[in-house]
Structure formats: C-alpha cells, structure tokens
Ligand binder design. Structure first.
Ligand code: AMP
Length: 320
C-alpha cells in the first residue's frame, strides 16, 4: 500500500496546474511550507503551472512574493493547503473551485477539509512535513527550496526551542542546510527591526495588565495603532514581548482589527494548555500557542476567567 507521501507525490505528478495555499496573516511556516513546496514542484516539473496564492506579507517578502492568481487558474487544478487548520483561514477566494484539494498540516484537525489530508500533530512545523516529503522523494531539492522550508521550521519552532523539536527535526534541517544557502541572512531578516518598532514594543510593555497575578495581557486598540503609526500586521506577532517572564504563566496580546471588525487574540503559555479556550472564542491552534477572536472588548474578561480556570484546575501541558 502506498504511504500518504507517495500518494501526494503521485497527485503532484498527475496535475498540470498546482496551486499552493496557506493561512491568512501568514507566518514563516505558512510562507515556508507553501512557497517551499511550490519551488520544489517547479524545479522538478518545469512544464507544470505552479502558483502560490494569497495576500503578500511585507515582513516575509525576503522569502518570496505570491503570484497573481486568477479564478480560472483554479479550474481543473490541484490545490495543496499547508499549515492551515480551518478552511475559514485559507488565504484564497476560490480554493473550493479546484478539482482536488490536499490538506497538509500539523495543527489539531478540529475542522477537516479537502479530499486528502496528511495531518501530523507531532511535527513542530508544517514545513517539517514538507521537508520530509521532499527529502525522501528522490527528486531534486534546490537550495532555494531548502532555504524556504528551513525558514518555516526555524520560525515555528522558535529557533529549535519549542517542545516538539526533536532529533528528526535537526536531521531534516541539517539535510536542508547541506543544500547550501545563506543561513545568516535568514536570521538577519528575522531579527532586524526598525527603531520605531522597538520603541512601540517598549510602549506596549508599559501597557501590560496583570490579571490574577499569573496572566498578563496587552490591549491594542485601533486608536493606539493609528496614534503610533503602526499597523495590525506589524504588531500581531509581538505576543512574545511577554514571554519568559517568570511570574506570567499565560500571556496574550489583543489587537483590534478594525477593517475586519474583530479583536484578534494571541494566547501563549509554557505551562498550560490554552487551545481549548481559544476554540471557545472562534479560534484554535496549538496547545501552548493559540489564536482566537472576540467582537467586543468587554469579552476580554470572559477569556481571562476561562484562562484563570486552566491554572486553577491545573490543566497542564505534559509535553509530546
Ligand atoms: P497566532 O497567535 O496568530 O500566532 O496563532 C497561534 C496559532 O493559533 C497558530 O498555529 C494559528 O494557526 C492558530 N490560530 C490563530 N488564530 C486562529 C483562529 N482564529 N482559528 C484557528 N486557529 C488559529
């Protein structure tokens, strides 16, 4: 019997048009997995039409730029969605018009979709799954492909730090590095910040609110963003300004997304399983790193109450 990886490779061989997709508000893993897979297909099957759809992200533009994908491109195409747990978060208007849809993801499969699914929650990144797919395929893995996928692993594992990082992650990462790309420039692009951003982070630290001694959070209103000439996409990944603070067991960043009419919440912990609470508030994600949405600031209190129950009831992460 063919394994899932072989089936996916066969599907790739079968289709003339392949569109790689990932989630809205993309992170390094979303970009790395989608663009890395697309590059791999382009390198090995030059006659195929290979596209990556979705809104561009200026902070990830050092990796790649999405294509201008038209609705008609989806007709008869194979769509491969990576790193995207639920269909509402797929960054494409027309993905359902494709002939066949494959989901490749490392999040809990709360909302299954697609004709074929390869889900592996044990993986630190969707890019780790793509690394496994391409490196065991006996096909060419170019340095460009390797760089994209490596960046996905590096970002989602928080530089090989988070718990699901394991020996296999390093073996795959090592094989990618051996393909030859400028490692230092990746880190430089990930760490470099403007002075204005650093100053705003400093301001945000002054706005931290502590709830029940062990939960910290910052509320960022649209007004605050405007006043400091900051935008939602820039600030969204900054939940970790509150990480590694001994007293805070759970921390979250709430940002008003006025254009879309919701308040995004990023929830993090090193100790407590937070994705159940995220799911209750229109979200989901990993046990220690989740996202949710509320529609009025008053609901912050409800989320805080639910999070403090996790601490009270000792809903602890046991690793794995
Ligand atoms: P973020 O806080 O946006 O970095 O997200 C942390 C994790 O939770 C990521 O794996 C996201 O894919 C997931 N996540 C964030 N927001 C949502 C949402 N509204 N629904 C489901 N999963 C989400």
């Amino acid at each position: 019997m063919q394994g899932l990886k072989e089936v996916i490779l066969q599907k790739i061989k079968d289709y003339d048009t392949i569109i790689c997709l990932r989630h809205i508000s993309p992170d390094g893993d979303a970009y790395g997995s989608a663009f890395g897979l697309a590059q791999f297909i382009k390198d090995n099957f030059p006659p195929k039409k290979v596209l990556v759809d979705g809104e561009p992200n200026k902070y990830l533009s050092f990796l790649a730029t999405p294509d201008l994908v038209k609705q008609e491109d989806y007709q008869g195409a194979l769509v491969i969605v990576t790193d995207t747990a639920n269909m509402e978060r797929i960054d494409s208007k027309y993905w359902q018009e494709a002939k066949e849809i494959i989901k490749i993801d490392h999040h809990p499969n709360v909302t299954p979709y697609g004709d074929l699914q390869w889900i592996d929650e044990s993986k630190i990144a969707a890019s780790e799954m793509i690394a496994d797919l391409v490196l065991t395929s006996k096909l060419e893995v170019s340095s460009t492909t390797a760089r994209l996928i490596f960046t996905g692993i590096v970002t989602d594992s928080n530089r090989f730090m988070y718990n699901k990082t394991c020996g296999e992650t390093f073996i795959l990462a090592g094989q990618l590095v051996a393909k030859g790309f400028d490692l230092q420039s990746i880190y430089q692009n990930l760490y470099e910040e403007s002075w204005a951003n650093v100053c705003f982070k400093n301001y945000l630290l002054s706005q931290v609110i502590v709830y029940n001694e062990q939960i910290s959070y910052v509320k960022i209103t649209d007004e605050m963003l405007k006043e400091h000439q900051m935008d939602y996409e820039t600030v969204k990944p900054w939940v970790n300004i509150m990480s590694n603070i001994k007293e805070f067991k759970i921390w979250m960043l709430l940002i008003e997304n006025k254009a879309e009419g919701y308040i995004n919440i990023s929830i993090r912990s090193n100790t407590y399983i937070v994705n159940g609470v995220a799911e209750k508030y229109h979200g989901g994600g990993h046990q220690l790193a989740s996202g949710a949405k509320i529609y009025q600031w008053e609901d912050t209190e409800k989320v805080l109450t639910d999070l403090s129950l996790l601490i009270k009831n000792n809903v602890k992460y046991m690793g794995g």
